[in-house]
Ligand binder design. Sequence first.
Ligand code: TNX
Length: 758
Amino acid sequence: MNIIRFKIKYIAAIFSLCLSVSVKAQLHIIPQPLHLTEQKGAFVLSGKAVIGVDKESEAVGKYLQDYLATNYKLNLKLKVYPKIPIATAIQLVTMVSNKEGAYSLNVKPGSVKIAGNGAGVFYGVQSLLQLLPAKAIAPLKITTCAIADEPRFQWRGLSLDVSRHFFTVEEVKKYIDVMAHYKLNVFHWHLTDDEGWRIQIDKYPKLTEVGSKISFYEKQGKFRKLDNLIDGGRDGFYTKNDIREVIKYAQARYVTILPEIEMPGHSEAAIFAYPELGCQDSTGAKHRVRMLDPSEHTFGFMEDVLTEVIALFPNQYIHIGGDEAEMIDWLKSPAAVALMKKEGLKNEKEIQSYFIKRIEKFLLSKNKKLVGWDEILQGGLAESATVMSWQGEAGGIAAAQMHHHVVMTPLPYMYFDAPQANEELEPVGWNPPVTWQMVYNYEPQSKELSPQEAEYILGAQGNIWAEKVPNALHLQYMVYPRALAVAELTWSSKANKNINRFEYKMKQQYGYFKLWNLNARLPNIVGMDNIVTNSNQFGLVLQYPLLGAQIRYSVNGKMPDSNAKAQGFPVNISAMLKDSLVLKTYTTWTLNKQHIFQVATIKHANITASNVDQAGLIPGLGYELIKSKETNFAKLDTTVIATSAVVNTTNPMVLPVTDGDLTWVKMSGYLKIDVDGDYELTSGFEVSPALFLDGKPVIYKNKNTYVEPQKALLHLKKGVYNLSGYYIADNINRMQDLLLLKEAATDKLVDPGKYMFH
Ligand code: TNX
């Protein structure tokens, strides 16, 4: 097996540091299968191979046949057998299994055999497709291997908001298609919202005649300004036939569709079409336009709508929204006030609870289950509701503790409308950045749940809202590669998660992205880190994981653009370093014409040893815990220290965060160096990390730096150095290293017991 090495070299006159991240070349299936053994040898796929199927696996066989014809120009024969002969090149065998989606895949030099239940055969085919080379050049070699696989969670979701921007049937199909390649199985279709109603309802034609043309009416000055949309929006809706077509397409890919019809908030488009649905104040004037009035008329209307939705979608679940309802508006609505009186409801939250429970009852009468955003917990949760936890994990945890099913889709980890790197360099998005690493490290079964309660977590889902997503190419840019992290964290066993291996596999997917014409965001340059060094001269080598990439760069402060001189990778950069220099890059990939920007700062710092008496030092760093609402460590009030402790490992402490407080950890002590040499100091924590050596910031979070690696590359003499720093002890830090010290010459980590003291 080859060793792939991404080498980054820091060459300097005074010293040189050499780092490497090495990951073995290996099978790159995402999500990681439960059991996988790679063997020596290969199966060569040619146009002569026959796909042998049974009656039940025929449709999947046809799917495989089509995929190979479209992507590899191979036209294989498909044969249906009562019992597939063992000599058949590709065998898709239906087998009874009690684990939905389980399959086995055996690639031998003479044959490929996939066995599983319905979805299982399909997933086996997906794994097989990822064993194929991404380029359609003969011979198509598939490494021999044995796989036995099954999903960890049953709910592996991805949402799409088609209200803020409409996406066509073709665009939606492609979205589902790519989901299916990564064994994601729930497509949450956000069909209605303030900015557009997208599903045909026969009984109420104005919902689409008017409600799907919000951009048009805005331009006419008849609808408010769509000022939270990046552009004027995009009008359109799906006819019932469109919807049926998408459902059929998804079914063939074992993707279930979860339709969402928003209520009682986020209903502006519906109310614009049928004003009598809206909340009125006590004078009868139109007060707010987004809230449904809880009148009998509204309930009748929404039940009619849901009846038509239910008739279309075979899925057992219907999502009714429930988020961000401006319930306060109800207190002025005569209908709501009368309802409170009649039903003995104490406040607006109880009206919301009544609203949801009434809809729940209706759905149950139609044999459907209700899903809602975590706000439906307020005022009392409907008995059978499944909760989608989006405002962090608290709602999901509370619901699971009440023995309700939960889908975890918390901010910030599962929000793909956030930029995925430095927000100043990325297309505009909501919230601070969410890196693929943050997504990958997310664990849906919170430690706060008992094993029994954790069973109520059905899975997790990535969400994308389309206010800032004007078109399908940009949608793909935002969702991929982050959705791959969702795929692995929901499908693969906890023990099988490995972020370095995932990074390697993820970069291999760009070949398939090219094949499928998917505009996933490009990976970052390797070696483009924010660096603090005590060297006076600086040199680095920038590498790129994809072939065919070009770089334009500057160290003069100006951001390069397409007019700057382009060159291929690797790139050597060296410079004298007096104070600091800022490296700015513009990277393009010739295969998809996309470009990304990156910025890294290289700073000089003088680091001097402390003259503290070494004899009195105790192993481990000293810690102080500070509970505060403050998000900037420089402004922390030191009088609110709760406890103090000593920690001797590289792992950060994770503490429960209470009442909106943050738990800060202030660490202090010494870094003890036993041998003169070159060292690399890094920290894995992403939220507000700050590390000071000899009082100088060596890792320091500016607004955006936590999305890019930061490291200190230092030549240190034997001695002890003052070391202090801060981090926030919460779930984001849970999977990360607190501090890592590496010897540059050997690339070996130093044992923390040997260098952390206080
Ligand atoms: C909140 S997430 C919403 C969406 C917005 C989103 C913007 C959720 C349940 N509701 O309607 O698009 O914020 O990030």
